[in-house]
Design a protein around this ligand. Structure first.
Ligand code: TRP
Length: 331
């Protein structure tokens, strides 16, 4: 039986947190055995806000190495850098002609980002979701694993696919968003009412990054906000502790009840140390492997070149079909 196709991408901006690891990275790794997966480092999307060029290049490689270190297997999936497959920009252009200015300007993230970057509301920012639709539709993806914040963008991709198919004849698979349920959201260690943020700008102890070394991880958990009730219990009255329990479960693979039992009668100090160790035990080997990959740029380059070839072949096929449908001369 033919495997279903999954597509996702991540921007090489910001630092990945343990929340991204549990919610996204680990999911990508799991999906690669069941689906035919295409995963991109979305650097075309990244430049819709201002980037430092040297840093963008560095982060692109770091992120690729990180994903491989987390278990993405370049033999099983196509991991590639978006700008290396020109078909993305080419299909984006065609899709622009079936996108209404009104629907692009109504996107929630566009409105948010326009406010946040009021001095740089560029055309790319508004075109961001159309480029994302091009990403997805190029690979005829059935499923798009994303966070809830990207759902609206996948819906636009569906709308554009349907519209194009109606206008020009059956061309694109209509994709479905795959929003993981059942994984607890990981909150800030300093304010459990907030999501753990990718930005270091706020409170430096609020987020645990995949790049944090063991001591940093342990220190951040030691300083995590708890409460004065003094019992390791999974309850709504104890959001800080509940968040730590979620983290412990995500990294040790256990249930909240098991955690309550394990730490019955123990203090918060012991518990916070145990959570820190559970996380550091997973992150240490990942960081080590990432460092090893980054030290061997030609090997990493080879892996990305292979991903790019596989992606480009699939993308070409769709683009050529699109060009035929819209009436472009192809020689
Ligand atoms: N916009 C996505 C994010 O910020 C990244 C992305 C780009 C993406 N292209 C995509 C996700 C295609 C899924 C499919 O997370």
């Amino acid at each position: 039986m033919e495997r279903k196709i999954a597509y996702s991408a991540v921007q090489p901006s910001g630092n990945l947190t343990i929340g991204n690891y549990v919610g996204a990275v680990r999911n990508w790794v799991e999906m690669q055995s069941e689906y035919e997966c295409y995963y991109a480092i979305a650097n075309l999307h990244a430049i819709t806000v201002r980037q430092d060029p040297a840093e963008l290049r560095r982060r692109t490689l770091e992120l690729a190495a990180l994903y491989i270190a987390c278990g993405l297997d370049p033999e099983k999936c196509a991991l590639y850098v978006q700008s290396q497959v020109p078909a993305h920009a080419e299909l984006c252009w065609v899709l622009n002609t079936v996108t209404a200015v009104g629907e692009a300007s109504r996107m929630t993230q566009f409105k948010d980002k326009s406010q946040k970057h009021a001095d740089n509301v560029n055309m790319g920012l508004m075109d961001y979701p159309v480029l994302m639709a091009a990403d997805i539709l190029l690979y005829q993806a059935d499923y798009v694993p994303v966070g809830a914040d990207q759902k609206q963008h996948v819906e636009l991709a569906r709308d554009l696919a349907i519209r194009f198919n109606n206008r020009y004849g059956e061309t694109f698979t209509v994709p479905e968003p795959l929003i993981r349920k059942g994984v607890a959201k990981i909150a800030s260690l300093q304010d459990p009412a907030k999501k753990m943020s990718k930005s270091e700008a706020e409170n430096p102890n609020a987020s645990v990054f995949l790049s944090d070394d063991r001591d940093t991880v342990l220190r951040k958990f030691k300083r995590a906000v708890t409460d004065s009730l003094g019992a390791v219990r999974y309850s709504e009255e104890q959001p800080g502790i509940a968040n730590l329990i979620n983290i412990y479960c995500a990294f040790r693979g256990c249930t909240p009840e098991e955690v309550e039992r394990e730490f019955k009668g123990k203090g918060y100090g012991d518990f916070k140390l145990a959570v820190g160790e559970a996380v550091a035990d997973v992150l240490d080997p990942i960081r080590e492997e990432q460092r090893r990959l980054l030290a061997d740029k030609s090997y990493l380059g080879d892996l990305l070149a292979r991903g790019r070839e596989r992606a480009a072949a699939a993308a070409r096929k769709t683009l050529s079909k699109v060009y035929r449908k819209v009436g472009f001369y192809q020689g």
